[in-house]
Design a protein around this ligand. Structure first.
Ligand code: HSE
Length: 425
């Protein structure tokens, strides 16, 4: 049996989940991997804080060097969250030749180039399955099981908080603010929900996932990002009538050397596999040239599901003779030879408040027609106070052409109320 001495950076919800899993599942882990993990020290901010698990006080420390600089500690497991100081502590551990396992998408997405360079230089491992989609083995699937593929599309519901909010808005017709408050009360949204609801969390994750899928670094700052805080329940209802479900999708596509990477509210047809992913569940739908369509589904957050991925990484790291590193050049910029486009093509859902008088519909269709945009579905709802709601879905069109048409349409008689991208066949 191999004994591996471990240090934890942080001991909140996820840290306690990992502690619990390592202890409760110890016999099985031994039996399956031949490894015993011995947690020697745990970095905490507050030694006196009450924790879910009975952790011996002598393991706790407030000095990171007790972990990063201890020659006996072989593996450092990070679940502090946030970028700084987590990234600095991981870097220090790697520089001391320790393998790092992290659940921290933000620190990884923003500092991956530094962390990987340090890991390679010091022959240390760097593993991050838990950083994207919690328990779902999407990282390992992408780097190990799909090696024989050129992955062309990844579309994911990779933020549970926003999926919970949109699911309830869709099922109940409730307003965004009301569901958000409920989600906060239930602990499904943070007191400051910005990272989730404005799409930052999903953008960190798609930056990591798409880099692995495309074997080329797609940095966080090239990911287009639009959150759900401006979503109006009325559009979810109109979309539903037209056969679509609204999701916050993280999308990465590659066509030759041109990629697009984006996070935004997206309508998908009810028949699309992602459409039935409800509540706080996550799923990643991908298409590879050989594997064709595939979807991975599961729990994207929470103490036990995240611990499942962390412990699996610990075993993966412990059972390798040499660390596994991605083979692409990992710099903090878009890979050489790749180009990012903001002029992606998809269908569009558009809603206008229009004066109910002759010529207004003609104005809308003419502006779309001038940009070569063709209408697939069109619906007009009864006039209220002399105004009608006009809702339409276009055939596939370019993003820039749609914006140009919307600028031309928007005037007193036809006000643009919503533009939502539509994906999936
Ligand atoms: N806040 C994230 C979510 C969980 O809602 O999915 C961890 O990334």
């Amino acid at each position: 049996m191999r004994n591996i001495i471990v240090g934890f950076l942080g001991c909140g919800n996820i840290g306690c989940g990992v502690w619990k899993l390592l202890n409760e599942f110890e016999q099985d882990l031994h039996h399956r991997s031949g490894v015993h993990f011995q947690v020697k020290r745990i970095l905490v901010r507050d030694m006196k804080k009450k924790r879910d698990q009975a952790i011996p006080e002598e393991l706790l420390t407030t000095q990171v060097e007790d972990i990063t600089d201890d020659p006996e500690i072989e593996m450092v497991v990070e679940f502090m969250g946030g970028e700084i100081p987590a990234a600095q502590y991981m870097l220090r551990a790697l520089e001391h030749g320790k393998t790092v396992v992290t659940a921290n998408k933000m620190a990884l997405a923003l500092n991956w180039h530094l962390l990987q360079a340090a890991a390679e230089k010091h022959n240390a491992g760097l593993y991050y399955e838990a950083a994207v989609c919690g328990a779902i083995p999407v990282i390992r699937t992408t780097i190990d099981s799909l090696q024989a593929n050129r992955i062309e599309t990844m579309m994911g519901i990779i933020n549970g908080t926003t999926n919970y909010i949109l699911t309830r808005m869709s099922q109940e017709g409730s307003a965004y603010e009301d569901v958000l408050k409920d989600a906060q009360r239930l602990g499904l949204a943070e007191p400051d929900p910005t990272s989730d609801v404005e799409g930052f969390d999903a953008a960190y994750k798609i930056s990591i996932l798409s880099s692995l899928a495309f074997h080329a670094r797609v940095p966080f700052d090239v990911v287009y990002r639009e959150g759900i805080s401006k979503v109006d329940a009325v559009d979810i209802a109109y979309g539903k009538e037209l056969g679509y479900t609204l999701k916050l999708l993280a999308i990465a596509k590659r066509d030759g050397n041109v990629i697009d990477a984006r996070v935004h509210p997206t309508f998908i047809p009810h028949e699309h596999p992602l459409s039935s992913v409800n509540g706080s569940f996550n799923a990643v739908f991908l298409h590879g040239h050989a594997c064709q369509d595939m979807m991975l589904f599961g729990c994207g957050a929470g103490s036990a599901p995240t611990a499942s991925a962390v412990v699996s990484d610990m075993i993966y790291a412990a059972s390798r003779e040499k660390p596994h590193h991605p083979t692409f050049k990992n710099e903090n910029r878009l890979a050489d030879g790749l180009e990012v486009t903001n002029n992606w093509r998809c269908s569009f859902y558009l809603r206008f408040t229009a004066s109910d008088k002759p010529g207004v519909m003609a104005h809308i269709t003419a502006c779309l027609g001038n940009e070569g945009i063709s209408i697939r579905n069109l619906m007009q709802r009864e006039a209220v106070d002399g105004h009608a709601q006009i809702v339409l879905i276009t055939h596939e069109a370019g993003e820039c052409a749609v914006w140009k048409a919307l600028r031309a349409i928007d005037q007193n008689d036809a006000k643009v109320e919503a533009m939502i991208r539509v994906e999936g066949k």
